[in-house]
Design a protein around this ligand. Structure first.
Ligand SMILES: [Fe+2]
Length: 408
């Protein structure tokens, strides 16, 4: 059970952090409006909105792109893997799914036999698979490590009190795969943020992270300051990750673009300031936070956030081996329908830097890996314990062992 939170009291306290909470919101709203205008103008003139960089360029001096990532809170890094490599891994993954009868297994384990029709689109599109060759190779590859290190270095990881994480080391967070078939209309995800919902208003450390927002210093708020991001406490729920990710992300296994049921983003790194202060306005019931619920993803909706939603855009065409990354405060969604002709497959790989919080989790995760079970953050479906082709400890590279905290 969740601990009781007195939202009324909480909102009173937060309102009092500001000299005038309405004026504070108005200032933030003005900033968001100008960002939205910019996004819409770029969209109208068909110019790119989400910063892009190719893997080969990441270690060159790139002040402009870095500034743009800090403003937009997201980036596409292209050609992290070669086409041939990804094609092979994608075939491997499809084989892993088919040969191990994942779909039948899923029906049995979810106890939903009677509810699944013969329609193809009733198949699950996001799968509780974590330890396939494709996922393990992508997660623990040298290239992925370079990308993660580069992304981690965009953050301020050291402050006057402590070092939040070691930017040169990464840990691996096992996540699922998406294999979305053409025509699917079951996977749409409405706009949301992960990494906590109500916690963002109630947790003591989130309060410190967002202090400048509530106390009329929005201009000083730096979403890339990692201080205390590793110390927040999430409510226990299967929907909430128990790690600190500098970026969430995925790697494309197949080509996919707008209308192929792809990712959508509101590319504004500071949008959280709007969401947080919006909840304090007088049209929101005193004991509510604009629809955010404990243990669920943070909701961004038409009723309260229509301005923000104007900035929701689909990411451009992704080729196999391209990756997309977004800051944990960035609002994202998944298109309702896959209108394309091919499978749109991705492997979810976020960036979990080396810090105590992540290490604690990865150590628990390692125990699950050794048995081929589902990782601690996910439902204990344990599909893969007897799967053919599952990666085991003897198949791991030294880099994989390190990132899985199996070896120093
Ligand atoms: Fe999400």
């Amino acid at each position: 059970m969740f601990k009781e939170i007195d939202i009324k009291k909480l909102k009173c306290k937060l309102k009092n952090s500001s000299k005038n909470y309405k004026e504070n919101f108005n200032k933030i709203e003005k900033y968001i409006k100008s960002e939205i205008d910019e996004i819409l103008k770029l969209k109208d003139s068909k110019k790119s909105i989400i910063p892009e960089i190719s893997f080969k360029q990441i270690n060159q001096r790139n002040t402009e792109i870095v500034e743009s990532i800090k403003k937009r809170g997201c980036v596409i890094i292209r050609d992290v893997f070669e086409n041939m490599t990804i094609e092979k891994l994608n075939n491997d993954l499809e084989k892993y799914i088919e040969e191990n009868n994942y779909y039948d297994d899923q029906k049995k384990k979810s106890g939903l036999d009677n509810y699944f029709s013969d329609l193809k689109s009733s198949k699950p599109q996001i799968m509780g698979l974590y330890w396939s060759k494709a996922q393990m190779e992508i997660r623990h590859s040298e290239n992925m490590l370079k990308v993660k290190n580069w992304l981690n270095n965009l953050w301020i990881y050291k402050n006057d009190e402590y070092e939040v994480f070691d930017p040169s080391k990464a840990l691996s967070y096992a996540d699922r795969v998406r294999r979305r078939e053409p025509g699917d209309n079951t996977l749409g995800l409405s706009p949301h943020c992960d990494a906590g919902s109500v916690e963002r208003w109630s947790d003591d450390y989130y309060q410190k992270i967002y202090k400048d927002i509530f106390s009329d210093n929005f201009i000083k708020f730096n979403p890339f300051d990692a201080k205390y991001r590793d110390k927040t406490t999430e409510f226990e729920s299967p929907a909430v990750a128990h790690v600190f990710r500098t970026f969430q992300g995925w790697t494309a296994l197949t080509e996919q673009g707008p209308n192929d049921g792809t990712l959508q983003l509101i590319p504004i790194a500071k949008a959280m300031a709007y969401i947080l202060t919006r909840a304090l306005l007088d049209d929101v019931p005193k004991d509510e936070l604009c629809g955010s619920k404990l243990g669920k993803a943070l909701s961004v909706n038409k009723q309260y956030h229509s301005l923000l939603l104007e900035g929701l855009i689909s990411i451009p065409i992704m080729k196999p081996g391209d990756t997309v990354w977004w800051h944990p405060d960035v609002v994202h969604a998944v298109e309702d329908k896959h209108l394309g002709k091919n499978y749109s497959n991705v492997v979810y790989v976020g960036s979990t830097p080396y810090c105590k919080k992540n290490l604690n989790y990865v150590q628990k995760q390692a125990k699950k890996f050794l048995k081929g079970e589902s990782p601690p953050d996910f439902a204990a479906e344990d599909f893969e314990t007897n799967y053919k082709g599952r990666i085991k400890i003897e198949n791991l590279t030294p880099l994989a062992k390190k990132q899985l905290a199996i070896e120093e």
